[in-house]
Ligand binder design. Structure first.
Ligand code: C5P
Length: 239
């Protein structure tokens, strides 16, 4: 399955295509894919995706789609036409929404004669801790129980994998098997600032527990030397 051999995905959370391309050019030898998220996509539009693909990068379009099934299916078709290698939807949108997103992406890729993107479900955001989950959002049970339940639902709905915190990798692997992709943000090399992430782990720990890909943003892009930061992560995970 791995479309992307290097497990490091760098989040290009910047405002302009020029900044994104400069980072991607420097980091390309050390990175499996680049993530275009809400900040860059909403600032620069699909051109950001196109310009990275022109440079032979694999692009994870992280827009966390969450709407009624028909609307999400339309967006899934558009992201497939833009050439996304990976895109994601919220598991909380439900099984019909997830199924329609996956079907739409595969159908659109078939029409275009291209490889279908990996369609991934976001479980519980890594910036949410148990207190916020139970007290502020009013959701009962543990985060791990909810993540595993949504991962099972995502697998049944035809998703290729999930986004989850490294803390939930073991439980997801047990529930969903070895071929289900687990993409983990909330990864922090030793000594790096946690920023707004709450459920974190080091890159090496996440890979050893069975993460398929690691999404790392600020510890690389805001480092004084992003290339050195990316190389240190690869060294830690033994890639
Ligand atoms: O800078 P940092 O390493 O915290 O960036 C993590 C990236 O992963 C961000 O682009 C964020 O949008 C994304 N992400 C996340 N938690 C999720 C899903 C995506 O942090 N559950």
């Amino acid at each position: 399955m791995p479309l992307i051999k290097n497990p490091l995905i760098v989040a290009l959370d910047v405002n302009t295509v020029d900044e994104a391309v400069a980072l991607a050019s420097a980091l390309a030898p050390y990175t499996g894919a680049f993530k275009v998220g809400m900040q860059l996509f909403n600032s620069a539009g699909p051109e950001a995706v196109h310009r990275l693909i022109e440079r032979k990068a694999s692009v994870f379009v992280d827009l966390k789609l969450h709407d009624i099934p028909n609307t999400v299916a339309g967006a899934a078709r558009a992201l497939t036409r833009h050439g996304a290698a990976i895109f994601n939807v919220h598991a909380a949108g439900g099984p019909v929404m997830m199924q329609e997103a996956a079907n739409a992406a595969r159908d659109e890729a078939g029409k275009a004669g291209v490889k279908p993107p990996l369609v991934i479900a976001v479980t519980v955001l890594t910036s949410i801790d148990e207190d916020m989950f139970n007290q502020k959002l009013g959701i009962p049970g543990t985060i791990e129980e909810r993540v595993v339940a949504w991962a099972r639902l995502a697998k049944e709905a035809g998703m290729d994998g999930v986004v989850a915190s490294p803390k939930e990798i073991t439980a997801i692997r047990e529930a969903c098997g070895k071929d289900f992709l687990i993409i983990t943000p909330g990864v922090r090399p030793l000594g790096a600032a946690a920023n707004d992430q709450k459920r974190t782990m080091t890159p090496g720990e996440a890979i050893r527990l069975g993460a398929s890909y690691l999404v790392v943003g600020r510890p690389v892009t805001a480092a004084p030397d992003p290339v050195a930061a990316a190389k240190a992560i690869l060294q830690e995970i033994g890639a």
